[in-house]
Design a protein around this ligand. Structure first.
Ligand code: G3I
Length: 388
């Protein structure tokens, strides 16, 4: 009996050592804080991803971090319709294919982004609809062809597809009651959502199909201007009709100037969707800050609280994800301030400092915060995700 106990204890110890990841040059496992995000997340069976800019991937430092730290990648722009089919009928697959190959070589999953969105559509499509040379019937056929062509091409290579992205209005729109808006709703009516998911499922039965949106962190008052409540009910109703929506993607674009949420509020939202039988993911996390004159001049009194608040918000989303076993992945929307959409998008007032690494590829407080979340989390409240 005692021998059995010793054998079991030795085996457990071995498993514990092996699960710490690779052994360093001195023969000892690396210190826990030196392990990668993806290695630390593997213990929870959680996938840690990043959006990838094809241009940036040419930089050795960018490429090294993308490879070493992340277990999934998302094309930041290369899989959008304007990138794939800039001229009607002529596809430009090479940039999208390149990241698929990169992921395969590095044993990374791919989140496919994005099939149906009102932005970054080819001008031949939007102009054709505007000038009447593309009819509504033809538009629906073109959408079906687009989804079918793209999903079939990458069949078996995409883990999650963002099938429909940002379909709903925001409370600051007019009217403030949340409603379906944008190019697709205007031209095809609300049925395009169910159609898109059905066409995607038919083209690849095994990819998990996501609805993806921003400002999805927490329920509000569950009234007509609550966007999360609107999306929750939309998805609930579509699933009740048999529409194959498997996943809820919460983008996670936050700003330190806003109130934001705590981990339990965010978990409550993930729980509501998993209670519908769905999986979830954080798909585009970043936490930007206003770049005041002081920040730009290097005033640490202004910079430090921003870095701290950013780290806290990255952490809140990750903690909520860890607390819900159906939250499968946590993807950041770029990992370095050197290549972030934020400074080019938010210019008045200027915003930035939104990612895990600074412009010189040095990890910031946010990087260490999410790393420590991965280290400190475990049973009984954090259980590994079931394999999907
Ligand atoms: O490709 C052209 C290039 O030819 C041209 O010279 C250059 C000059 O501005 O623009 C280039 O296109 C830019 C494109 O990114 C590729 O770099 C666009 O101007 C720019 O608007 C575009 O921004 C992207 C944005 O989506 C557009 O909607 C961001 O990189 C990308 O990070 C962002 O990603 C979205 C997600 O897909 C959905 N959720 C929100 C998220 C942030 O907006």
């Amino acid at each position: 009996m005692r021998r059995l106990v010793v054998i079991a204890a030795t085996a457990l110890g071995l498993v514990a050592v092996l699960s710490q990841g690779p052994v360093s040059a001195n023969g000892r496992p690396p210190a826990v804080q030196d392990q990668s995000l993806k290695a630390l997340a593997a213990r929870h069976n959680l996938v840690i991803g990043t959006a990838i800019s094809n241009d940036a991937l040419a930089e050795p430092q960018y490429k090294a971090i993308a490879t070493q730290q992340f277990s999934s990648v998302t094309h930041e722009n290369a899989m959008k319709w304007e990138s794939l089919e800039p001229t009607r009928g002529t596809y430009n697959w090479a940039p999208a294919d390149a990241l698929i190959d990169f992921a395969r070589k590095n044993n990374q999953k791919v989140r496919g982004h994005v099939l149906v969105w009102h932005n970054q559509l080819p001008t031949w499509l939007t102009e054709g609809v505007a000038n009447g040379t593309i009819s509504k019937t033809e538009l629906r056929d073109l959408l079906k062809k687009h989804i079918t062509t793209v999903v079939k091409r990458y069949k078996g290579k995409i883990w999650h597809w963002d099938v429909v992205n940002e379909a709903a209005s925001d409370p600051w729109d007019t009217p403030s009651e949340i409603h379906l808006k944008g190019f697709w709703a205007q031209n095809l009516g609300p049925t395009y959502i169910a159609d898109a998911f059905r066409w995607a499922r038919a083209a690849d039965p095994h990819a998990l199909l996501f609805y993806n949106d921003y400002n999805m962190e927490a329920f509000g008052d569950r009234g007509p201007s609550d966007k999360v409540w609107f999306i929750y009910n939309l998805i609930k109703n579509l699933r009740a009709q048999g529409v194959p929506i498997d996943g809820f993607g919460s983008q996670g674009h936050l700003g330190t100037q806003y109130g934001n949420f705590d981990a339990f509020q965010v978990k409550e939202t993930l729980d509501a969707f998993s209670d519908l039988g769905m999986v979830s993911a954080f798909t585009e996390v970043d936490v930007r800050s206003q770049m005041t004159a002081g920040v730009q001049a290097g005033d640490t009194n202004e910079i430090n609280p921003r870095l701290q608040a950013s780290a806290h918000n990255f952490s809140v989303l990750l903690q909520a994800c860890l607390l819900n076993r159906h939250c499968l992945s946590y993807t950041v929307w770029g990992f370095t301030d050197k290549h972030s959409w934020v400074p080019t998008w938010f210019t008045n007032p200027p915003e930035g400092l939104a990612t895990l690494y600074d412009e010189n590829y040095q990890p910031k407080r946010a990087y260490n915060s999410i790393k420590s979340d991965l280290i400190f989390a475990g049973p009984p409240h954090v259980q590994p995700r079931p394999r999907r």
